[in-house]
Write a protein that binds this ligand. Sequence first.
Ligand code: PAZ
Length: 344
Amino acid sequence: MSTASTLESTFSAETYFATQPPPVSLDQDILGVREFVQRHARTGRKVVLVTSGGTTVPLELNVVRFLDNFSAGTRGATSAEYFLKAGYAVIFMHRQFSLQPFSRHYSHSTHPFLDFLEVEQGTIGTSGSEGAYISVKPSERTQLLEVLAAYKTVQKAGTLHTLNFVTVNDYLWLLRAISQELSVLGRDAMYYLAAAVSDFFLPRQKLSEHKIQSGKGSLHIEMDQVPKILKPLVSDWTRGEGFIVSFKLETDSSLLVPKACAALARYGHQVVIGNDLHTRKHQVIFVSPSPKTSSSLQGNSDEQHFEQVWLRIDPADKNKEIEEDIVAELVVRHRAWAGLRSMT
Ligand code: PAZ
């Protein structure tokens, strides 16, 4: 019997990591994360892991085709900037080529930087010689100065550490390894899981080695379910101490609250932020265990046990980003969570 046929179609996290290979750069990536976490642990700075962007699911080993996800990484990159502003050190784990903090303001598709530069003729610097030089359009200068100043401050402080993933397999291995590293901070660590992660994948053992050939009619692919990793993340990898915020995206908004409550009851973490695909940029709902509920919620997803708080901004206000309010709310909640340290 081949390995492929003995694989289960529903993977536990344990089976997953025992059968799927780690990305080749994992050890190297984790050394960088360890150094970053230890440096900030010494100063007492809180650290947040922000995951951002979508994962791919390759259909072939020599990958030509893959399933992807719509996420551009706006939520993650924007939130990372606000966490940095709030004094956090940020591990930004993002989909390769998705938006990143600071450079997101100059995305090639929405605000290409070549469009706000101008070529001028005149004296170059202090050299006294004449020629062409580059200047920034006056209308762009204020924003560029602000973004650049914030970027340089963060670079100097060494408070941003960036890593990337492409496939759902890269994502799962990185998430496990980073959260294990970050767990040394206990309650001072926050996990902000904004990446859009595929629920289905093709195990390595079932992948066609070469490009799938056409000519045999329609293509049938049966995918396996990606293991539910919030459970081990909450109770094992972060040792039950991290402040864990997961996101739930739906297109039928009536599902947001019941699914958020079910996730909290099942995994026992701190907050689920629900968002609808079409309104996600101006409204989200925070769902969390109600402070009035003293007993464990394990398995009990009755909505009355959960607090629901909507955050909304004016969609017409182009200068306001909802992530500013999401992060401000989480900073307050995390402070309260970290303050419980001595009582546990
Ligand atoms: O990256 P983006 O800003 O375009 O979208 C953000 C988002 C909708 C992917 C995020 O807010 C989210 O809900 N992430 C979790 C998705 C999920 O797996 O349910």
